[in-house]
Design a protein around this ligand. Structure first.
Ligand SMILES: Cc1cc2nc3c(=O)[nH]c(=O)nc-3n(C[C@H](O)[C@H](O)[C@H](O)COP(=O)(O)OP(=O)(O)OC[C@H]3O[C@@H](n4cnc5c(N)ncnc54)[C@H](O)[C@@H]3O)c2cc1C
Length: 458
């Protein structure tokens, strides 16, 4: 990752807007710049754009959408921002939280109306884990792969070129202005393009072990279950230009990575009344208060493992989830008619499990503050063994509400923008500020902001 003097450049091609990174943020930014009248190109490291977006459950939290209004959900950017500030204990950037609240809704409606990318409110995701309103939106295929396919098809229809197998490695700069980029090809050759504005959408640094050890040392040894190509390249280039970094210790973890299949289990199993126990059959937390921090809690259990225990009602209610279908196909779900048999099959202490389930108070809060308003678990029972993992980093380049990267003094660079995992998100500090759906929400909302701003600057 290097900076080169603009005087060294001899660009064979100049594009008003270049987007580096073809995940949800980059593709939405490209569509937004295109709709605002700018010619735009996306450069993407991989032969096929996939990114963390394709690994995700594809669930986007968004407020003030047409779908919410249609279903009578009273939500807006202020309520969204209030939830963010409460979940992050005031450590998130309020202006950014309001912007994501506002633009997430706008983006969901605009993607559907202008580009045929369907994202609908999912009534199976009740408000939980810090959301006070039903605001999770999913594409028809209910997966990140499906969302990526739809965004790529939209770019194709819009005639937006995507240069694949092109790894951004250097910026040409003149003072604080970016005049162009250099990217590397798999055969070792290099190509340069000049630009009017550059959007960094290269995601976070989860795949960069040295950066994790520096910024999130507590997760240094944790399994990383995000896109390996997310090496923090955009963040490192911005930093080299003198950009400020923010919330670098923030991350999205999850304690629901099914083992050994490596498939993430939807939090719906817990929302619907399931529990998480350790090898001794004991619960160890309020499973519904911190979807991200639960990753570290699972890692802290004996053997760094836990099990999600649920019943037939929950099992059947999750048949629509493609990840669950895949998990069942590979034999990742243990089932039995009695708790005792389930515990023996799964390798959990039977007496501990029976005692734990018998102790759940229905209709009132338990020792960790969780209220079970769902029916008591009834046979037959099911179990999935899970581990905790680091999914996605949440800190990055400091930006203003238009996506412009800020320097150490808080001044925007003239034509450098960032969004999605490359920019600071709305999760505040540490592991516990992450709200479900906030990763894609930031990617899409800030992609929209960056695309619009870049078109104006270019
Ligand atoms: C297992 C898992 C489940 C998740 N589930 C959810 C969920 O349900 N809801 C939610 O909101 N969030 C979820 N997340 C988080 C979400 O996936 C991310 O927040 C989001 O995808 C980030 O989008 P992005 O466009 O910034 O990054 P990405 O989608 O990762 O795209 C970045 C792109 O940049 C490319 N790139 C990197 N470096 C370079 C370079 N130097 N040059 C060119 N290209 C480069 C990469 O190849 C990649 O294609 C999940 C994450 C994981 C790992």
């Amino acid at each position: 990752m290097t900076l080169l003097a603009a005087a060294q450049a001899d660009f064979p091609l100049h594009m008003p807007v270049i987007v580096a990174g073809g995940g949800a943020c980059g593709l939405v930014a490209a569509l937004a710049a295109h709709d605002a009248g700018a010619e735009v190109v996306v450069i993407e490291r991989d032969p096929v754009p996939r990114g963390s977006t394709s690994m995700s459950l594809g669930a986007v939290c968004a407020s003030g959408t047409a779908d919410q209004r249609r279903l009578g959900v009273d939500d807006d950017a202020e309520r969204f921002a209030a939830d963010v500030m409460e979940k992050t204990r005031g450590t998130a950037d309020l202006a950014l939280a309001r912007t994501v609240g506002q633009l997430s809704g706008e983006a969901v409606d605009w993607l559907r109306e202008a580009h045929g990318v369907e994202l609908s409110l999912d009534p199976n995701w009740p408000p939980a884990f810090g959301h006070s309103r039903m605001r999770m939106h999913v594409s028809p295929g209910r997966s990140g792969t499906d969302l990526m396919d739809r965004l790529l098809a939209a770019c194709d229809r819009a005639g937006i070129p995507i240069v694949t197998s092109a790894t951004l490695e250097s910026l040409f700069v003149e003072g604080k202005r970016v005049t162009g980029v250099r990217y590397a090809r798999p055969d070792g050759s290099r190509e340069d393009i000049g630009c009017g504005a550059l959007i960094l959408a290269t995601c976070g640094f989860g795949g960069n072990h040295a950066m994790i050890a520096k910024h999130i040392p507590a997760m240094r040894e944790a399994r990383y279950f995000g896109w390996e190509g997310n090496q923090g390249d955009g963040i490192l280039l911005g930093e080299a230009m003198g950009a400020a970094l923010a919330d670098m210790d923030a991350y999205q973890g999850l304690g629901l990575l099914a083992e050994p299949a490596g498939i993430d289990l939807n939090p719906r199993f817990l929302i619907e009344g399931g529990v998480q126990v350790n090898r001794l059959g004991q619960r160890f937390s309020n499973e519904l208060d911190d979807v991200s921090g639960q990753g570290a809690r699972v890692i802290a259990q004996p053997g760094s493992m836990a099990w999600v225990i649920y019943d037939e009602r929950i099992h059947r209610s999750c048949f629509d989830l493609p990840q669950y279908v895949a998990l069942r196909e590979v034999g990742g779900v243990q089932s039995a008619d009695t708790l005792d048999a389930l515990a023996s099959r799964a390798g959990i202490d039977p007496a501990g499990l029976a005692e734990t389930l018998a102790a759940i108070p229905h209709g009132e809060a338990d020792a960790w503050g969780r209220r079970f308003d769902t029916p008591p678990l009834a046979p037959p029972f099911h179990a999935v063994r899970v581990s905790g993992a680091l999914f996605h980093t949440q800190g990055g380049l400091a930006i203003d509400t238009g996506g412009r990267v800020l320097d150490e003094e808080g001044n925007p660079f003239p034509n450098l923008l960032a969004g999605g995992g490359a920019a600071r998100g709305i999760s505040g500090r540490g592991p516990s500020g992450y709200l479900p759906g906030a990763g894609l929400s930031s990617a899409i909302a800030l992609g929209l902001a960056c695309g619009r701003t870049a078109a104006t600057l270019a």
